[in-house]
Design a protein around this ligand. Sequence first.
Ligand SMILES: NC(=O)C1=CN([C@@H]2O[C@H](COP(=O)(O)OP(=O)(O)OC[C@H]3O[C@@H](n4cnc5c(N)ncnc54)[C@H](O)[C@@H]3O)[C@@H](O)[C@H]2O)C=CC1
Ligand SMILES: O=C(CO)COP(=O)(O)O
Length: 302
Amino acid sequence: VSLAENGPVTLWARDEMHAQQMQVSHSNARRLPGVNLPKNVSITADLNDAFGADTLLLAMPMQRMGGFLNAHAKALSGKTLVSCSKGIDIATGQGSTGLIHAHCPGARAAVLTGPSFAADIARGLPTALTLACADHSESLQATLSTPNLRLYRTTDTIGAELGGALKNVYAIAAGTVIGAGLGDSARAALMTRGFAEMLRIATTLGARAETLSGLSGFGDLVLTCTSTQSRNFKLGHALGANEPFDPAITVEGVATAKAVSKLAQSRDIEMPIATMVTALTEQKISVPEAVEALLARPLKEE
Ligand SMILES: NC(=O)C1=CN([C@@H]2O[C@H](COP(=O)(O)OP(=O)(O)OC[C@H]3O[C@@H](n4cnc5c(N)ncnc54)[C@H](O)[C@@H]3O)[C@@H](O)[C@H]2O)C=CC1
Ligand SMILES: O=C(CO)COP(=O)(O)O
């Protein structure tokens, strides 16, 4: 919706019926209720229509990205692929640029990430994001920026993708804290110690600390740990309050917690909060047990 301010956009949807509904109504009632799609957004269920563009934005659940890239590797060769997905692929431990390089070596990989609810961007509310691309990305930055969408560029793709992926894990933890009635002070402590975990694992994996401190890390951590709009926060809230949660909703932090706990274990890195989120979402531990285990850890320097 936002990019349509810069020129024509093709929106591909897998489901033909849904694509037809969107074409007729020029809206996406299921995912973006109350937003009219601009006239220069053409909606298609035929991927070949989307493959006509040089730059493609990929916005799908992270655990589906490897399969998508693999299935369309030939058509995607030579394209600039901008991942909007936030997660770590559980099968390979890779972020989205790793998957793009592995499946589509002929494509250029970029990451668009940062604090941004789709509903806010679609309504034209002002937002700032990180655009990460290993090569010089000034022209891509200009192509994807709009008057209300301000992009900061970096070459640190690993840092940008890990910031966006990891914050979801701590948003689940923050939601749990609030859902269980443990209070805002506990949430602030958890966000801060969560950020320390993000820095620890991301820098070990090759990220720059400055990237984690920017929009894609700290910025998105603040947003998702404090907003009831966040699906990751909402899942955590349901866990904390012992309430049901719709399993069909995309909650990236569940798989990412598992993937990052595995990565941390293999590198001997301490990530106690991520480990607790994994155990909680796998129902191996109760909320009171998780809180007790975190508080009982040996006292240490900050
Ligand atoms: N919704 C939001 O506010 C934001 C979402 N993101 C990220 O974008 C990614 C997608 O999230 P949402 O769009 O919100 O999820 P969603 O659940 O609303 O939509 C997912 C879309 O992916 C499609 N999809 C599922 N499997 C697919 C496959 N195998 N191949 C192609 N398409 C497939 C679905 O049909 C659906 O259109 C996630 O990684 C999320 O973290 C990033 C920033 C903001
Ligand atoms: O990444 C997001 C906002 O930046 C969306 O967060 P949720 O996936 O938790 O809704």
